[in-house]
Each structure stands twice: as C-alpha cells, then as structure tokens.
Design a protein around this ligand. Structure first.
Ligand SMILES: Nc1ncnc2c1ncn2[C@@H]1O[C@H](COP(=O)(O)OP(=O)(O)OP(=O)(O)O)[C@@H](O)[C@H]1O
Ligand SMILES: [Mg+2]
Length: 411
C-alpha cells in the first residue's frame, strides 16, 4: 500500500502536466492564427505561416494584409527604390517564397478612423483581375506604414522606352502595348461591377512585364488617396498636366471620357516617341498633337510618318493610331469613343472614320473666345475663368461622375 501512494501521486501530477501542456499548445496555435489574421507583428521565422496565408489569399483572389515588419524584411529595409510618384515611393521586394513585389509606401500617416474605408477600397481594387491591369497583392495599414503591395513588373514603365535611352521597342510592339492598355482601361470602364475611372493615364502608369505585355497601374488610387493633398504632379488637384482633359482643368463634371482623352495623348506619344510637349523641339512641333492635326487635316500623313521615323511596313498601323488619337482627344467628351470601341479601332476590326472636327479648335482661333480655355504650353494645363465660375455645369448626354470617385456604372 505504501508503494501505491507515490505511484498514484506521480500519475496525477503527470495527468495535470499533460493537460497544462495541451492547453499551452492550443493557446500558442490560436495566437499564431490570430496574429496572422490581424497583421500584428510577427517574428521573422513565422513568415512562412503568413506566406501560406498569402498564397491562399492569392488563390481566393483576395488581397492580403501584411505587417510592416514583413514588408521591411521583403524590401531589405526599403533599399531598392524603383521610382517616386505623387502618392509616395515604390520599392522592390521579394517574399520568402520567391514572389517579387513592388511596395508603394503611401505618403501621410495612418489614421485609425480611415482604416475601414482604406480596407474597403483596397478590397475592391484587390479583387479586380485582368491581364492588362497590375495586380494588387495586398496592403499594410499600421501607424507608421501605409503601403500597397503590387505584382512586380520586370520592365518598369513605358516612359523609359518612349522617352529615354531604351528606344528599342519596335513599332509593332508599341502597337500591341497600345491595344493592351486600351483593353485594361475598357475593363475598368465597362466590365467592372462598379465603373472605375483612372484619372491618371500616362506612360508612367503603364507597366511592362518581362515579355513587354502592358498592364495599367494605379487604378483606384484616386479614390483611395486624398489626391488633393498628395499628388504633387497636379495643379488644382486633378490629373497630370499634358494628359488631363480640358474638362478636368475647367472644373466641369468629369466622366470616364477623361481617361479616353488621356489615352489619346498617350497614343500621340507612342507615335512620336517623344513627350507631347517638348520645348526643345522647333516651334511648330513643340506641342506634338496640334502639329499632327495640322498635317493630318490637309492629308499630309506622309510627313508625319517621315518625322516620326515610321517604316513602310508599319504605316498602316501608325495611321490607325493617329486617327484614333485624334478621336480620343476631341474637345467634347461625348465626341470621344468608348474604350471598347477604341480597342476595336486599334485592332483594325472596324473601319475608322476620318476625324473631321479639329480637336484643338479652341486653341487655334484667331479671334479669342472669352469662354474658351487657354492652353498654357509651359506646363500643359488649361485654364479659363468663365468655366471656373460655374463648377456645377453639366455636360449633357454623359453620366456625371464626381471628381475622384468610383461610381456605379450608369451607362
Ligand atoms: N509594380 C511595379 N513594378 C515595377 N516598377 C514599378 C511598379 N510600380 C511602380 N513602378 C515604378 O515606380 C515608378 C514610380 O511609380 P509611382 O506610381 O509612384 O509614380 P508615377 O507613376 O510616376 O506617378 P503617379 O503617382 O501619378 O502614379 C514608376 O514610374 C515605375 O517605374
Ligand atoms: Mg504610378
């Protein structure tokens, strides 16, 4: 009997120890799970756990929430700067599973009150998938870091290939890039559950993957960030000079047609492989779109081709691009085509009628019209006191969209 008591005591102690151990294990597992869900700081060696969740999210087409610590590790403490824009700086990063990413660190601080709204917007953008749109993998929303995590695009942005040293993209490839970009924008305008107006179409926001397939970047950002306060490239808080439509500068109500205008300006830059506004080029060509019209109208297309160095084999494609560009930049928004129509015209699937209205009439008139906008060639902006005085004016026939808002499609 005296030997029995110690044996029972040991069994009881072991039993309790077992229960406590199981309890601890359960709590640790729960804590890991909770942290990976909420994005609270994680130990670096728990990264794989988050990575599993990340891959799972990707499969479920849902943006992930990342911790600042994880993004710091992935970007090697934000060392490899890819570029800097109006919203903040973009850094290259790599996750432990080998996924390359571009991390856009947004300016400004994270206000707890806007967290919900931020997450709602990110979740909308993160669920939009199209071959010609840059994929948003996820985001970080912490007191000292607000960031967006995008798929990494190996060849950077189109501007490098149009205006800088690497002008080696053939015209056929440039035409493909134009078509792909138009498809991406058409998807945002016409196929998303909620229409998304980009507001900032320009070569810097057309990214190229390792095969030079184009993807439109930064859609949805206008709504996500308070551009009025952050976007340094803009005057009056809207668009980018040189690409923004007249109604943007004149405080007219804006529609998705302002993206069509900006896309038209991009097409001129593809044709000319130069910035539309280049004060270093001789006078008559300093603003390229107007020069193109002046040549196009009397039928001097040959001169446009010669000046732009377009080879014989590319002339037919180039002519198509010129015509589409002139349609896209029409002064009246309703005269501009829809983006799906633009795709068809660029592909050559439909006949393109000859643009007969001078899109720059308001800039060429000999007798200045006091209500017409004035184009300032020094900074690429329009201005007019007459339009500024009545910001509530509407453009008949087009759905009205409030500035920088994503609105339900109303076609
Ligand atoms: N996903 C990405 N992959 C590779 N490079 C990128 C990516 N996103 C951005 N970049 C690079 O970083 C640069 C800066 O991008 P960012 O969007 O901050 O500025 P921007 O496009 O010049 O102006 P904006 O603020 O109006 O969009 C881009 O021009 C591009 O070269
Ligand atoms: Mg950008």
């Amino acid at each position: 009997m005296s030997e029995f008591y110690p044996a029972v005591a040991i069994a009881v102690v072991l039993n309790y120890a077992g229960v406590i151990l199981v309890g601890i294990v359960v709590r640790v597992v729960k804590e890991f799970d909770k942290r990976s869900q909420t994005g609270s700081p994680l130990n670096p060696d728990v990264q794989t756990l988050t990575m599993d969740k990340f891959l799972d999210d990707i499969e479920r087409e849902k943006p992930s929430r990342f911790t600042s610590q994880l993004l710091r590790i992935a970007t090697d403490n934000f060392t490899h700067l890819l570029g800097q824009g109006g919203f903040g700086a973009v850094y290259k990063g790599i996750f432990s599973n080998g996924t390359l990413v571009a991390v856009k660190v947004l300016n400004g601080s994270s206000d707890k009150r806007i967290e919900e709204q931020f997450m709602a917007e990110v979740s909308t953008i993160g669920r939009i998938h199209h071959f010609n749109l840059v994929r948003l993998h996820g985001f970080c929303f912490e007191k000292h870091l607000r960031a967006l995590v995008y798929e990494y695009m190996g060849n950077g942005s189109l501007d490098k290939f149009l205006f800088h040293s690497n002008k080696d993209l053939g015209f056929e490839k440039l035409h493909e890039i134009a078509v792909g970009t138009a498809r991406g924008i058409a998807y945002l305008h016409e196929e998303c559950q909620q229409r998304i107006v980009h507001y900032d179409i320009k070569p810097e926001n057309i990214l190229l993957d390792e095969n030079f397939f184009p993807k439109v970047a930064d859609f949805g950002l206008a709504k996500l960030c308070n551009r009025e306060n952050t976007h340094i490239t803009m005057t009056g808080g809207r668009g980018t000079p040189g690409y923004a439509a007249p109604e943007v500068w004149m405080r007219f109500p804006m529609t998705h047609k302002c993206d069509v205008y900006s896309f038209g300006m991009l097409l001129f830059e593809i044709i000319g492989r130069r910035r539309n506004l280049d004060i270093n080029i001789q006078d008559s060509q300093d603003w390229f779109p107007r020069w193109v019209w002046k040549k196009f109208e009397p039928g001097e297309l040959g001169e446009i081709m010669a000046v732009c160095g377009i080879e014989e084999k590319d002339k037919e494609r180039a002519e198509r691009i010129v015509k589409v560009a002139l349609w896209c930049v029409q002064y009246m928004p309703e005269a501009r085509p829809s983006m799906s129509f633009v795709v068809k015209m660029l592909e050559g699937a439909i006949e393109i009628s000859r643009p007969s209205t001078n899109p720059f009439q308001h800039l060429m008139s000999d007798t200045p019209n006091p209500t017409a906008p004035v184009y300032d060639t020094s900074n690429g902006t329009y201005s007019t006191s007459a339009y500024d005085s009545d910001p509530s004016q509407t453009v008949t026939g087009t759905p009205i969209m409030k500035n920088h808002e994503i609105e339900i499609a109303s076609t």
